[in-house]
Design a binder for this molecule. Structure first.
Ligand SMILES: Nc1nc2c(c(=O)[nH]1)N[C@H]1C(S)=C(S)[C@@H](COP(=O)(O)OP(=O)(O)OC[C@H]3O[C@@H](n4cnc5c(N)ncnc54)[C@H](O)[C@@H]3O)O[C@H]1N2
Ligand code: MOO
Ligand SMILES: [Mg+2]
Length: 412
């Protein structure tokens, strides 16, 4: 007797998966390896930035009071009593009519309250300059703490580390950076029709593309992939191989074998392990047969064999669990509104996630399918930078309608 599957909504499926979320540990990596990782602790400023008043220009540190009435046609003569570059400090205090030649980034000497740019001065003698502009008190000073104030949270935990965050980490002396440990995700392809990537085509067979696609999706999501190869459609061998894989990873993904075909063994394997099947039918296309089971606190993902269905199943149900494991501030794909630039003539009995390509032009986000929309197709994936979500129970969509799109490559 064929099993009757009970389809649930996309949101309910996501909820059931997220109820099984696990948190990763914190580890420390060298700052040179921190880009792209997730920050595991708030970074609190332990000093002001800058930590001293400094010059934003190459010029002369002076007392504004000595520049009063200076103008292009009314030069004022000052005595140059020192010369400092960034990193050096002028130790004395400026007296009346004193100036110190100063470079960008150097500490403002005591007594000076402004910096006049080199362009607004003229050399008068060996140690004298003409000032050709009246300066105001505190003009042209980078003040201590104006960038970052001591005690403030400068980057919050959960943030994806980007080059800007790396700059802050370096500013505050983080040679070792606390990051969330990446989950290790096992990948298994199933099906006797599969050839490895370096094998020549044979009649009736295809190359295994899903395993490599999933591993790339895992990497893009900030996790580590562990490939277990292709399993045959033989139940006992599959069971044994899955047992090994489960003991070595945080989550396990199989692709293929979750539908109702004679060689679709995953349902039997879940049965054998007495895993709790969270769902095996979702009201969505593609990927309606996406199955997720739980065994001893470990999620087992049975993604569809059809490439587009497999891809969608990963992004909707695996990516959020990776984000959660990493304790990221953004869980799952970001969504925005976009205007369709093509008609979509099919009706949508279930929610439909079409592989799409969006562009932003003149502040307008527009989107179109990135290729043919069938779950067994692979071509449309290459150009896809989003999914277009068409709601279940709707008829055809027309050009000009506004739809929700799910961004695939926005990881900030
Ligand atoms: N009678 C029914 N048949 C099917 C149903 C259904 O509800 N009733 N569902 C269809 C839907 S929807 C999908 S999606 C697929 C799901 O199939 P499986 O997850 O069981 O996957 P397989 O049968 O193993 O393979 C399906 C298809 O994908 C190709 N494949 C498999 N693995 C890979 C891989 N690693 N790389 C590339 N391509 C792969 C495989 O050769 C098949 O063509 O079932 C429908 N049928
Ligand atoms: O799971 Mo299937 O992809 O809905 O076509
Ligand atoms: Mg099948």
């Amino acid at each position: 007797m064929m099993e009757i599957r009970n389809p649930i909504t996309v949101e309910e499926a996501a909820k059931r998966v997220m109820a099984c979320r696990k948190y990763g540990e914190v580890e420390y990596v060298d700052i040179t390896a921190a880009n792209g990782r997730v920050l595991a602790q708030d970074i609190i400023a332990d000093h002001d930035v800058p930590s001293f008043d400094r010059s934003p220009y190459d010029g002369f540190a002076v007392r504004s009071i000595d520049t009063k009435t200076a103008a292009a046609d009314n030069s004022i003569l000052l005595n140059v009593v020192g010369h400092i570059g960034a990193g050096s400090v002028f130790k004395q205090e400026l007296k009346e009519k004193d100036a110190v030649r100063i470079m960008t980034g150097a500490a403002i000497p005591r007594g000076a309250d402004t910096v006049i740019m080199l362009e607004d001065t003229e050399q008068a003698g060996d140690n004298q300059i003409y000032i050709k502009r009246e300066m105001k008190h505190h003009q042209n000073i980078s003040f201590q703490g104006e960038d970052v104030e001591k005690g403030s949270v400068i980057v919050s935990k959960g943030k994806l580390i980007n080059p800007g965050v790396v700059a802050l980490l370096a500013t505050f002396g983080y040679k070792q950076v606390p990051v969330s440990k990446k989950p290790v995700i096992g990948v298994i392809a199933t099906g006797s029709e599969l050839l490895e990537v370096d094998q020549a085509l044979e009649e009736g067979k295809i190359r295994n593309s899903n395993a490599y696609m999933i591993m790339a999706q895992i990497e893009r999501s900030g996790a580590t992939a562990k490939y277990y190869g292709q399993f045959s459609d033989k139940l006992d061998i599959c069971i044994q191989q899955m047992q090994v894989a489960m003991s070595e990873v945080d989550f396990l993904i199989t692709t293929g074998g979750v539908s109702v075909g004679d060689f679709d063994l995953l349902p039997e394997i879940y049965d054998y392990f007495q895993a709790e099947v969270l769902f095996n039918k979702i009201k969505m296309r593609p990927g309606s047969v996406t199955t997720v089971a739980q065994l001893n606190n470990q999620l087992l993902y049975g993604l569809s064999g059809n490439p587009s269905a497999c891809y969608v199943g990963f992004e909707l149900y695996v990516k959020p669990i990776i984000d959660a494991f990493l304790d990221r501030d953004q869980i799952g794909l970001k969504t925005v509104k976009a205007t369709l630039t093509e008609d979509f003539p099919k009706s949508n009995p279930f929610d439909r996630f079409i592989r799409g390509h969006y562009v932003i032009k003149n502040s307008q986000v527009t989107v179109a399918p990135s290729g043919k929309d069938k779950s067994n197709m692979v071509h449309s994936l290459a150009e896809a930078n989003c999914f277009i979500r068409l709601r279940g129970g709707t008829a055809a969509y027309s050009k000009g309608e506004v739809v929700d799109i799910y961004l695939l490559e926005n990881h900030s």
